[in-house]
Design a protein around this ligand. Structure first.
Ligand code: C2E
Ligand code: CA
Ligand code: CA
Ligand code: CA
Length: 281
């Protein structure tokens, strides 16, 4: 029977293209990578305006594969989502980020909020009890809930808006901050902004990168900032790379900035050094 299974598997492999074979291999390596601990979290500072101080960090996953070297999340997150491996991986991310946040809190760097990106699978209650997981991890790590932020995209929420609203309310009642990520790139209507209980709106990099020269992006960014403030949301601009972008955002009362202008994502060690250096905007 084993022989038949093997033959069938070879037949299966032969029947699919090279690209799928590569994806199968990557999937296999992704599983191994989780077991072997090849993943690390990097942290990118979020800087408060107008204080100019670091007041948060976005955790971004990094895969250091023994042979492939660095694999970008853009290359493996989609596969991890397709295969469901994002569920154990996402749990590892949440636990590691909260553990690290607690270390920084104990070292006296507070308030420093750590933000974790969530995938749709983690938000699907048939797959993951997200609320229970968050409660357990906060208890395990002793992290105060106000130091945890979750970043979600519009598309995750729009899969099942009613369930999403209920889940968000539960998470918020724990004291966690909720951010809407990549704002402006989805195709949902603006009406959901008043229905979902967000705290923060992150303006997507695609708007920021053409500031301040591009008239249309300037108008859109100003409108988003005004609207969000009227809705009592904090606003983070992502992908801030230049001084002129920074000045524009400052002038229009953006609350936080994140991007290469201040710092790229850093290892936990380098982020700690940055905190100790006291660097500000
Ligand atoms: P994202 O959540 O929108 O994260 C921001 C991305 O922009 C990061 O890419 C970051 O390194 C990059 N970035 C930051 N500042 C700048 C800048 O000034 N200029 C430019 N050009 N880029 C900048 P990264 O780390 O490659 O992550 C890509 C995406 O992968 C993330 O987009 C997020 O959707 C996903 N991702 C990363 N880590 C995780 C994770 O732990 N879980 C999940 N579910 N997704 C993750
Ligand atoms: Ca994000
Ligand atoms: Ca983003
Ligand atoms: Ca993005």
């Amino acid at each position: 029977a084993q022989q038949t299974g093997k033959l069938r598997y070879q037949f299966y492999l032969a029947s699919i293209g090279d690209k799928s074979k590569a994806a199968l291999l990557l999937e296999q390596e992704l599983r191994q990578g989780i077991e072997r601990g090849e993943f690390q979290l990097y942290y990118q500072p979020k800087v408060n305006m107008p204080t100019g101080q670091i007041d948060g960090a976005e955790a971004l996953i990094r895969w250091f594969h023994p042979k492939r070297g660095f694999v970008s999340p853009g290359d493996f997150i989609p596969l991890a989502e397709k295969t469901g491996l994002i569920v154990p991986l996402g749990e590892w991310v949440l636990r590691s980020a909260c553990t690290q946040a607690r270390v920084w809190q104990d070292a006296g760097f507070s308030p420093l909020r750590v933000a974790v990106n969530l995938s749709g699978h983690q938000f699907n209650e048939n797959e993951v009890d997200l609320n229970g997981l968050v409660v357990d991890i906060l208890k395990e790590t002793g992290l105060n809930s106000s130091y945890l932020e979750l970043e979600l995209t519009e598309s995750i929420l729009m899969e099942n808006p009613q369930a999403a609203i209920a889940t968000l309310h539960k998470l918020k009642s724990l004291g966690i901050r909720i951010s809407i990520d990549d704002f402006g790139t989805g195709y949902s209507s603006l009406s959901y902004l008043s229905q979902f209980p967000f705290d923060v709106l992150k303006i997507d990099r695609s708007f920021i990168c053409q500031l301040p020269e591009d008239d249309k992006n300037r108008a859109i960014t100003i409108a988003i900032l005004q609207m969000a403030h009227r809705l009592n949301l904090k606003i983070v601009a992502e992908g801030v790379e230049t001084k002129s972008q920074l000045m524009f955002l400052e002038e229009h009362q953006c609350d936080e900035i994140q991007g290469y202008w201040f710092s790229p994502p850093l290892s936990a060690k380098d982020f700690s050094d940055l905190l100790h250096s006291g660097k500000s905007l």
